[in-house]
Design a protein around this ligand. Sequence first.
Ligand SMILES: [Zn+2]
Length: 147
Amino acid sequence: MRFRERMYRFFAGRYGWDRLNWALLWTAVGLMVLNLFFSRLPVVYFLLYGLSVALYIVIFCRMMSRNIPRRQAENQRLERMWSAVCGEGRLMRNRFKDRKTHVFRRCRKCKAILRLPRKRGRHAVTCPRCGRHFKVFILFSGKQEKE
Ligand SMILES: [Zn+2]
């Protein structure tokens, strides 16, 4: 009972586990695995080994940290980066899929990416997000509009 109470006191108010720790843990494990291929190169071997050990220390320190807002901010930075990468990947896929029927242009004012029907010539476009008017020149017509 006393032991449990002591453990509880020890972990109370500490940060614990999050997705950033998962990411760090998998990176550390990945480095260890990568290290299997460098056993004949002592410099690389110890560098990777040291790096993964450093990561384990960082993970442990984050778990035990009492500065919870700061740890949450770190984790949020990772989540934002992750969703940006996912969004970019999805966009690239769509752009590739629609390349014959649509063109993609970035609005210079609000940075929104507009999906426009691929139709040869100069077109007046209004950004649906910020309302900016601009001209888009399209060199080649798509497959759908054959005259
Ligand atoms: Zn815009």
